[in-house]
Design a protein around this ligand. Structure first.
Ligand code: NCD
Ligand code: ZN
Ligand code: ZN
Length: 346
């Protein structure tokens, strides 16, 4: 079979995205809106988006920052805390909030207000299960005694398994999975558990962080893992299972914050997300599985309609910008300055 020169498929969605706020939001939103019909917008602003009222205000700021002519729908989430009142869930549902996000306190960027002990949230999780509001999890334990590379696998035993047992009907998305343990867990966990996969975790193993010197733009959380894990993630993404779907976790940080003695966690991939996923799927000989992963499985799990319209990727080399303006600062895309094989048709 000859390699295809173009690929047209149902307009996709991004089921895990950081848009930030203010000038940063204005800088990154057009890239995402070009690529995706909708995106699940993460609530880890400073301060975090913990109430329905805050989520609605944030949504209005996103829509106000959207360039004219780009149809894009932000799907809003709330940041779960130890003190999220169960009564907030009905309000959230009525306002169109689709999910709450669990950040174990201290696990990642802007997670200081996160959950200190999941049992403190049980009344709220009960309300979510009842109302059909999803739980999205950053699946890493924060115990400093646990090796950083093991924190996701340990989270499965310490948090996911008890959570699934106690809330069997709650829909849970294990976000940005990075290990063979998580891929296997989700594959076997039944109809109410799904996972998002980033392009960078499908393309790279942890060597990428250390290629000829420390590469801060490849540092994200959960951190890139060994090759055996990357292969398991690719197998899950290309398996055709409808419980694995696209979530870029595009997480912009100004270059000065990345190229610093303490580098913030996050890879910015929004400008070339579909191109990067196509590269990963093609390398696995599975371009035919990209549409399900990018456009069909996510809506099915969230109970939302599939987008109308299509996007087209062309086999047409182009060079990703080295950096783009980001408010007063600049922002470097992952692979900035490099040539990509696929290009989204304008
Ligand atoms: N993925 C990251 O490395 N960073 C994210 C937070 C997150 O998704 O964990 C961010 O907000 O910068
Ligand atoms: Zn996360
Ligand atoms: Zn994220």
């Amino acid at each position: 079979m000859t390699a295809p020169t173009s690929l047209t498929f149902t307009r996709p969605d991004d089921w895990h995205l950081h848009l930030r706020d203010g000038a940063a939001l204005a800088a990154v939103l057009p890239g995402t809106a070009r690529q995706f019909g909708r995106a699940i917008v993460m609530p880890n602003l400073r301060p975090p988006v913990t109430t329905t009222a805050q989520a609605m205000d944030y949504k209005a700021r996103i829509l106000a920052a959207l360039p004219a002519g780009l149809g894009f729908e932000p799907l809003m989430t709330l940041y779960l805390t130890d003190n999220t009142p169960p009564e907030e869930i009905a309000r959230a549902k009525a306002a169109g909030v689709v999910a709450l996000k669990l950040y174990p306190a201290g696990a990642t960027t802007n997670s200081d207000a996160g959950v200190t002990d999941i049992r403190k949230t049980y009344k709220t999780l009960e309300a979510m299960q009842r109302e059909g509001v999803l739980l999205l999890v950053h699946g890493e334990v924060t115990d400093p005694a646990i090796d950083l590379f093991d924190r996701e696998a340990v989270f499965i035993d310490q948090v996911m398994i008890p959570l699934r047992r106690d809330f069997p009907e709650l829909k849970v998305v294990f976000e940005h999975i990075t290990t063979k343990e998580a891929a296997q867990y989700v594959a076997e966990a039944g109809a109410h558990t799904a996972a998002t996969l980033t392009a960078h975790h499908l393309l790279y193993n942890r060597n990428a962080i250390f290629m000829g010197g420390l590469r801060p733009h490849y540092y994200c959380l959960p951190v890139l893992k060994r090759e055996v894990h990357r292969q398991a993630l690719v197998a899950a993404a290309t398996s055709g299972s409808d419980r694995f779907f696209l979530g870029t976790d595009s997480a912009p940080h100004a270059s000065v914050m990345k190229e610093a003695s303490v580098c913030g966690a996050g890879c910015f991939t929004a400008l070339s997300a579909l191109e990067l996923y196509a590269e990963a799927f093609e390398a696995a000989g599975a371009l035919d599985k990209l549409e399900g992963f990018a456009s069909l499985h996510g809506p099915a799990f969230y109970g939302l309609p599939v987008n109308t319209g299509t996007v087209t990727l062309l086999r047409q080399p182009w060079t990703l910008p080295e950096s783009i303006p980001f408010g007063d600062a600049s922002l470097k895309p992952l692979r900035g300055g490099e040539t990509l094989a696929w290009q989204l048709q304008a």
